[in-house]
Ligand binder design. Structure first.
Ligand code: ADP
Ligand code: MG
Length: 723
């Protein structure tokens, strides 16, 4: 009897799969932002005064005029209806990394029984989804379920087409009845405002008078895996948890590095082109694509945009990847570690800060004049990462990212800053006070003339650093592939705002004390490096030595989510977010509760899956094989041939151990009396996770022994190499 029917059918299915006929992509100019209600489209549809008022709100912040909203809504509806939309949706971003939408029809019944399409300014600007099932971390009880969505004017509305009609989508914030943020967008907007306030203070002190609104920018490189949908359909673990909970290491993995930047397989290329065409229509600037390190792993990166818009677009990229994969017979995995022993997927969040008048504030520029300004902003980042490294670790904590961080392929859980050789040297000079030389030689305005002009690539790349300076931005590499980038951006914006505010205070004090601007800057930079330089590290972040060295330097190494999430409960973090009006203590506390719950739920789902699969698929397969072996062995013995029982013994032992480990896990899973949330997190990290690994060890040992025709789950070879 065979137990691998499902597997074989899946393979058969793949081999006979017809590729969609190759299509020529539509020219970019023709499709770019076709489904977006852009400012330029509004210009042709709106009265001049209305367009001007809206543009001012978008570019300069401030409230939207209600009369303006009515006119905009009418034009938006007309545009959407012409594109086939009968419904509109307020799209929002709950704390689950997901994108949520509530659809409402444009339909309005008239007294005479007829129906017309209607869309008012009020409907555009505000919505009221019930949303009581979204986690609020205790902010509201179910009986006070009211939540409001409100249009984020800075992120454009767009049409999401499906084969069954189109929906007008309006990006919104999501807040509770009592005004607390229940989403990821609200704090992001607030953190950007905090950054604007703080950076403005510093720029003013540096002598600028014309300062346009300052915003953070983000370009996120998205890694993902593609597995054939037919194979995935017989891997319940992939379908339900996004990763393989079992699977023996393949004979060939990624050791040849023959996939990295290799020719993109034809079927994948067709998929990618389809994705990009959809993204272009949505005004999302997809810019690079390539094969990643692991077989079956790929990357897509858009051009960077204002952080708020980039974050919405990032969510749309994840949705588009998943949906398009289905159309192409793939399952797209955004899990951080779908395959043990094979590289996982991250999301490199490239982040900077700038405005229209001063440009990119993390760009060293061409002259010493720019250098001084750059050094101030860069030092502010260094201070922020040193003071709030544990917060950066906390905002990228998840059950899935725990598998990746520190696993010798991704940055460790220790937060440090990589500057590149030259820049590190410049900061070391500042730290050792060499700037004194420059003073003796007389310093010109706003310059640090003892220091060289900084080229854009002031150093090599360092893939082992979680947070690296890359020429004109920082790259936060430890973010997980399936995560919203909002959390990391909120943390980065807020810690930078905090440092800039602090620096502004120090500069002012120095200047008031009689120092000229240049010596004030040098003294502040020296102070920052003296106190926070320990976070700068240019060596190999994967090495054992670094772990020891980091400990000496007092840098935290928060290995698991259970270690990292409680950082959100610290007084210092509460004060940080409160001080900059990004999150109230209640909002912050609710985030800890929600993220903790998500972590617990993921581990529990995986635990149940492990038990189910072990008991109902793997153990029976092993027993079938044993029966067959026993039969053969008995027949040999009957013939008087001495039979080797080693395999039968091994399979029997491993199968027994598999069952007893599964029982242990089931018992541990039943525990429900925990002193507090942190204790529950620890139980998941320290009891459930190791037990899951124990079961996996037995299962993978069985996979190495049991005859292939009895093994029910598609193997790593099949999932990674068949496409
Ligand atoms: P690599 O893989 O070499 O790191 P990519 O070209 O794949 O680089 O991605 C770099 C990302 O950094 C892109 O999304 C790019 O738009 C983004 N980026 C470039 N400049 C900035 C900036 N000033 N702010 C934010 N992101 C930026
Ligand atoms: Mg990168």
């Amino acid at each position: 009897m065979q137990s691998n029917q499902g597997r074989l059918q899946a393979i058969q299915h793949i081999l006979s799969r017809q590729l969609p006929p190759p299509s020529t992509p539509a020219p970019l100019e023709e499709i770019w932002a076709q489904d977006v209600f852009t400012l330029s489209k509004m210009k042709t549809m709106l009265p001049k005064a209305v367009h001007k008022s809206l543009k001012a709100t978008i570019e300069g912040g401030g409230k939207l005029d209600v009369t303006v909203a009515d006119v905009v809504a009418a034009a938006m509806k007309e545009w959407a209806v012409a594109k086939g939309a009968l419904y509109y949706a307020h799209v929002f971003y709950p704390l689950t990394n997901a994108t949520a939408e509530k659809h409402d029809g444009f339909i309005s019944l008239q007294p005479d029984g007829s129906a017309i399409a209607e869309f008012s300014g009020k409907m555009l600007v505000q919505g009221e989804p019930d949303g009581s099932s979204f986690p609020s971390g205790g902010i509201r009880a179910t009986f006070e379920a009211r939540g409001y969505t409100a249009w984020d004017v800075t992120s454009p509305a767009y049409i999401m087409p499906t084969p069954n009609g189109a929906t007008l989508c309006i990006p919104t914030v999501f807040v509770s009845w009592t005004g607390e943020a229940l989403d990821k967008k609200t704090p992001l907007l607030r953190s950007n405002a905090a950054l604007d306030r703080a950076a403005r203070q510093v720029l003013q002190l540096l002598g600028h008078t014309d300062i346009a609104p300052i915003s953070s920018s983000c370009g996120a490189e998205q890694e993902y895996f593609l597995v054939d949908a037919a194979l995935a359909s017989v891997r319940p673990d992939l379908l339900l948890s996004g990763r393989t909970l079992f699977g023996k290491a393949p004979a060939k993995g990624q050791q040849f590095d023959d996939h990295y930047f290799g020719a993109i397989p034809e079927r994948v290329q067709v998929f990618m082109q389809d994705v990009e065409q959809k993204l272009y229509r949505l005004g999302i600037p997809a810019k690079t694509r390539h094969n990643e390190v692991a077989p079956g792993q790929f990357e897509i990166a858009p051009f960077h945009e204002a952080a708020n818009v980039a974050t919405d677009h990032q969510q749309m990229i994840m949705t588009t990847l998943r949906n398009t994969a289905k159309e192409h017979g793939f399952l797209c995995l955004l899990h951080e570690k779908p395959f043990a022993g094979i590289n996982g997927s991250g999301k490199h969040v490239n982040w900077s800060v700038g405005n229209a008048t001063q440009g990119n504030l993390l760009d060293p520029g061409e002259t010493p004049h720019d250098n001084a300004q750059f050094l101030v902003f860069c030092a502010a980042v260094i201070r922020g990462v040193h003071k709030f490294g544990p917060l950066m670790r906390a905002v990228i904590a998840s059950a899935s990212n725990d598998h990746r961080l520190g696993a010798n392929e991704a940055p460790p859980a220790i937060m440090s800053v990589y500057l590149g050789d030259q820049l590190e040297d410049v900061f070391n000079q500042i730290k050792s006070g060499r700037a004194g030389d420059s003073k003796a030689r007389g310093v010109m305005t706003l310059g640090v003339d003892s220091l060289p002009d900084l080229p854009k690539d002031a150093g090599d790349r360092n893939r082992t650093s979680p947070f690296a300076f890359t020429g004109n931005r920082f790259e936060f590499r430890a973010v997980g592939s399936g995560m919203s980038v909002a959390g990391p951006l909120v943390a980065l914006n807020t810690i930078l705002a905090d440092s800039l505010t602090w620096i502004a205070g120090r500069l002012e004090a120095e200047i008031n004390g009689g120092a000229d601007l240049n010596s004030a800057i040098l003294s502040v930079l020296k102070g920052v490096m003296g106190e926070h330089g320990a976070v700068v590290f240019g060596g190999d972040g994967y090495s054992e030595q670094w772990h020891a060295e980091a400990e000496k330097r007092g840098l935290a190494n928060l290995r698991t989510t259970a270690d990292a999430l409680p950082v959100l409960k610290e007084k210092e973090i509460e004060e940080l977010f409160q001080r900059h009006r990004v999150l109230t203590p209640v909002e912050l506390a609710s985030r800890f509760e929600v993220y903790a719950e998500q972590y617990v739920l993921s581990i529990e789902v995986e635990s149940r899956l492990v038990i189910d699969l072990a008991k109902t698929q793997l153990y029976p397969s092993a027993m079938n094989y044993l029966a067959e072996l026993g039969d053969s062995l008995g027949k040999l013995e009957a013939l008087g041939i001495k039979a080797d029982k080693q395999v039968a013994v091994k399979v029997s032992e491993q199968a027994g151990a598999l069952l007893s480990s599964a029982d242990k896990l089931a018992q541990a899973l039943a525990k429900h009396d925990f002193a507090d949330t942190t204790a529950h997190l620890k139980h998941c990290a320290e009891v459930l996770r190791p037990l899951m690994d124990e079961i996996r060890d037995h299962a993978d040992a069985l996979e190495a022994e049991v005859a292939d025709q009895h093994w029910p789950l598609p193997t790593y070879e099949e999932m990674l190499f068949l496409r």
